[in-house]
Design a protein around this ligand. Structure first.
Ligand SMILES: C[S@@+](CC[C@H](N)C(=O)[O-])C[C@H]1O[C@@H](n2cnc3c(N)ncnc32)[C@H](O)[C@@H]1O
Length: 388
């Protein structure tokens, strides 16, 4: 079948922008006949194993799923989706914005305008297509991610991609909260601080937001290292303190972050966030030992739990499902999704809670938690105990 001329022009522009390294993002919206509960698809350029690819984030009501395609595959896929599953597409490049509108009767309209918006250009590292550039980047050098010339070391390519993916994700979550006031952000279990530095750099230096970030970390040597790098970078409102999350207190916390904080440290971090009424709680849970240990064996799902690997994954899902329910009970809307490709690590689930005005239905949620726990004979869950 002959492609519609406007659709063809749009797809050709998409290809041209990519080939010229000008492509920033493409959003498909206005669901027409999309499957299940798909809301939109968000497409950005990514570099995978030194190859330029396109990362498609399929956003549904309950989760995000990321798939990467070559330019050719992406173009073919877009051709199938436009007019069939989505009726609107916005293509943003460093020089123009182009919108394709499709009516339900199949009429296409293409709107184009030049754009040299500061925000658009600032959010796009034209050379490397990364929000966090490695050029003249002191903290990435000091943390051993890149060398003095800005070249990302071979063994650090995954880490560099993870940092950028994280910042990209965080930018979309920060867009949902009030950033007009000074934001107090706490990163629980900040470790070597890769992600803490990158987030501060992005929010403070690129978006010019008024933020203060505190990294809380048990290991004193890492805290000293991070504080010395922070001084060298001149990042005045970023600080690291050597403390147990449990002992950390603050009058005001707007955003709580806990990435790969071991086992129940994630529960502690979520608890601190809930107690401080934080607007955003972002965690990437890690090693779910507590529930696994407290999960009984005589249950209906013995066929699953008799295998160690299944039991491990079951414990992960149960822990995070209970955490998500507890956050909802405390008035947060939650979302769980994979935040980096699982070819790099299996610990790639992110659980995000955003504070709503009203609390959830306590009784119904408590019952849901009880049913889950009873089914798997789970004796206790740390966050539930902390909140009790
Ligand atoms: C796997 S690392 C993750 C580091 C960093 N968030 C990241 O994703 O790159 C987990 C860190 O949490 C710290 N940690 C674990 N339990 C903690 C606690 N109760 N209080 C403070 N830090 C803790 C560990 O020392 C470790 O550095």
């Amino acid at each position: 079948m002959q492609a519609n001329p406007q659709k063809k022009e749009f797809l050709d522009l998409f290809q041209e922008m990519n080939s010229q390294g000008k492509f920033i993002k493409l959003t498909l919206s206005k669901v027409f006949k999309a499957q299940e509960d798909l809301k939109n698809i968000y497409i950005v350029p990514v570099e995978i194993k030194a190859e330029q690819m396109l990362s498609f984030t399929y956003r549904s009501k309950t989760q995000d799923q990321v798939k990467n395609y070559s330019l050719e595959q992406a173009k073919a896929l877009l051709s199938d989706l436009l007019g069939c599953s989505f009726l609107q597409a916005l293509l943003v490049s460093t020089t123009s914005e182009c919108q394709l509108l499709i009516s339900k009767k199949g009429k296409f309209k293409l709107l184009k305008k030049q754009s040299n918006s500061v925000a658009t250009v600032a959010s796009h590292n034209k050379e490397k297509k990364y929000l966090i550039s490695s050029d003249n980047n002191i903290y990435l050098q000091k943390l051993g991610v890149c060398d003095a010339s800005g070249r990302v070391k071979d063994k650090q390519q995954d880490k560099y991609r993870q940092i950028n993916r994280y910042v990209e994700l965080m930018s979309s979550w920060f867009a949902k909260i009030d950033t007009s006031k000074k934001l107090q952000i706490v990163d629980m279990g900040s470790g070597k601080g890769y992600l803490t530095f990158a987030l501060y750099d992005y929010l403070h230096n690129q978006l010019k937001l008024d933020v203060s970030i505190t990294g809380v970390e048990l290991r004193g040597n890492l805290v000293d290292l991070c504080n010395s790098i922070r001084t060298e970078c001149g990042f005045e409102n970023l600080q690291f303190i050597s403390k147990d999350i449990n002992d950390f207190t603050s009058e005001e916390i707007d955003v709580i972050i806990a990435l790969h904080a071991c086992d129940t440290a994630t529960d502690l971090a979520i608890y601190k966030g809930i107690k401080a009424n934080a607007e955003l709680i972002v965690c990437a849970p890690c090693c779910h030992k507590q529930v696994r240990k407290d999960m009984g064996t005589s249950n209906t799902f013995k066929a699953i739990t008799k295998h160690g690997i299944f039991e491990e994954r079951q414990a992960e899902m149960l822990t995070d499902a209970i955490r998500s329910l507890l956050m909802e009970r405390e008035g947060y809307t939650t979302k769980a999704f994979e935040f980096i490709s699982n070819e790099h690590t299996r610990k790639n689930v992110m659980l995000v809670g955003r504070k709503l005005k009203e609390s959830g239905d306590t009784e119904a949620i408590n019952l849901e938690i009880k049913n889950l726990k009873d089914s798997f004979t789970i004796k206790r869950q740390e966050l539930e105990d902390l909140l009790a």
